[in-house]
Design a protein around this ligand. Structure first.
Ligand code: FAD
Length: 410
């Protein structure tokens, strides 16, 4: 039986990030990962400015910057009913949101996971890949059991951390209930190469016809694309022809450069997920804590999961390193802050979904009315700024029924 300070299940951004911070501070860490190689599973590749701040605070930014320092300085919304020249003139300067942050960071997800995993090992964490049949026991003497190549192992720790993603086994084994809102639409992603025509410093989002599109340049002619589409169109981008149909759907007359995108070379799988947010009453149990998607995740429409994970890493590591008494009470501030953070981000994601991911003439008119109203009064739909600067920096009034009505009822 091996003994550790902390056993972390799942070596994604959240798990590998926390393992790095704790191992650097001298803690004995065991990091357990199911996969033998990080692959493109269509996850986040856009870290919001507030997530970049968290990366700096945890000391993880240099690790991520070793993979990519491709910050995106500009954002433009094209789409139906919007004149492209006018849209270009209203381009958002993403460098202006938080001091010292030159815009969101665009970064390959598998590469970021690998870099953080390597950093954890370099800092002294013991890391195991190919982990199967993970079993977690919380309580006063937390322990894990798992197998690798059929050989069983058992380890004891002062704390077990579940960082095993949206379908977390650890969460289920701890009996932590996951609440979820109704899926609003579907969300598909695809990586493409070979499109040097699209400006590398310009991210773009907008709605046309039956899709909401996103383009996030990663540098070198590579782009991460997403499409939101109606829930009733399940299967639209699935199967062998899915990636090609996805690219065809990118031929959007109101989006300059979308033809070049549609001619791009498929560089990864095409997956869809339902757009919804989930949350828990508390991600804490005696001897165990959940972080990242395992603790409940935000609807990917506003791209917050990586930033959420990095904040979880910061808060949980600060609590662990600031006290020797690792009781559930120690994590109360984390549970409280996370609950409100996720509530606010859920509000922002739902607002964005109603404005940009509903389709048809009525939805189009609502989007254009919202756009016009916001240009006159930036306080309308203010919650959406929270996905850039961090939801806690906005006043509570930005997330009320009145704020919702002011944005959607315009
Ligand atoms: C389509 C889509 C687009 C997104 N876009 C964005 C975006 O642009 N920006 C953004 O910030 N966020 C985005 N997100 C969210 C973001 O990807 C996630 O929030 C983030 O990856 C969560 O990190 P994590 O480490 O908690 O979980 P994961 O990244 O899921 O990592 C969990 C790890 O645990 C491992 N694991 C799972 N089960 C076990 C087990 N039983 N034993 C051991 N290991 C296990 C997995 O193999 C994996 O490596 C998006 C999500 C989706 C679905």
């Amino acid at each position: 039986m091996q003994r550790y300070d902390v056993v972390i299940a799942g070596a994604g951004i959240a798990g590998s990030g926390l393992a790095t911070v704790l191992a650097r501070a001298g803690k004995q860490v065991l990091l357990l990962e199911k996969t033998r190689q990080f692959r493109d599973v269509v996850r986040g590749e856009w870290i919001a400015p507030w997530g970049v701040v968290e990366a700096h605070c945890t000391g993880l930014y240099p690790v991520l910057a070793g993979v990519s320092s491709h910050h995106l300085p500009f954002h433009v919304e094209y789409g139906e009913g919007i004149d492209p020249a006018e849209a270009d003139g209203q381009k958002l300067d993403l460098r202006s949101f938080l001091p010292g942050v030159p815009g969101p960071l665009a970064i390959g997800h598998p590469q970021a996971c690998q870099a953080l995993f390597d950093a954890a090992v370099a800092a002294g964490a013991e890391a195991v890949r190919g982990v199967e049949g993970l079993e977690v026991e919380a309580g006063p003497r937390p322990r894990v059991r798992y197998a690798v190549d059929g050989q069983p192992f058992e380890a004891e720790a002062r704390l077990v951390v579940g960082a095993d993603g949206r379908n977390s086994q650890v969460r289920k084994q701890l009996g932590v209930e996951l609440f979820e809102d109704e899926p609003h639409h579907l969300f598909a992603g695809l990586l493409i190469d070979g499109v040097p025509e699209w400006p590398e410093d310009l991210e773009s989002m907008g709605t046309e016809g039956s899709v909401q599109y996103f383009v996030f340049p990663l540098g070198g002619g590579r782009h991460r694309l997403y499409l939101s589409y109606g829930y009733e169109q399940k299967g639209r981008f699935s199967g062998e022809e899915g990636p090609q149909r996805f690219l065809e759907a990118f031929r959007l007359p109101s989006v300059p450069g979308s033809e070049a995108i549609a001619r791009g070379r498929v560089a990864g799988p095409c997956h869809s997920v339902p757009n919804q947010s989930t949350w828990t009453d508390s991600p804490v149990r005696e001897g165990a804590v959940l972080i990242g998607d395992a603790a409940g995740f935000n609807d990917p429409i506003v791209g917050q999961g990586l930033s959420i994970s990095l904040r979880d890493v910061r808060i949980v590591s600060e609590l662990l390193l600031g006290s020797d008494r690792w009781t559930p009470e120690l994590f109360a501030p984390y549970a409280e802050e996370r609950a409100e953070r996720m509530r606010r981000l859920r509000f922002a994601a739902r607002l964005d979904s109603v404005i940009h991911a509903e389709f048809g003439p009525e939805a189009r008119e609502r989007k254009l009315r919202f756009r016009e109203a916001r240009a006159k009064n930036p306080l309308i739909g203010m919650a959406l700024a929270g996905v850039m600067i961090g939801p806690e920096l906005l006043p509570a009034e930005a997330f009320t029924e009145e704020a919702w009505q002011a944005a959607v009822g315009v």
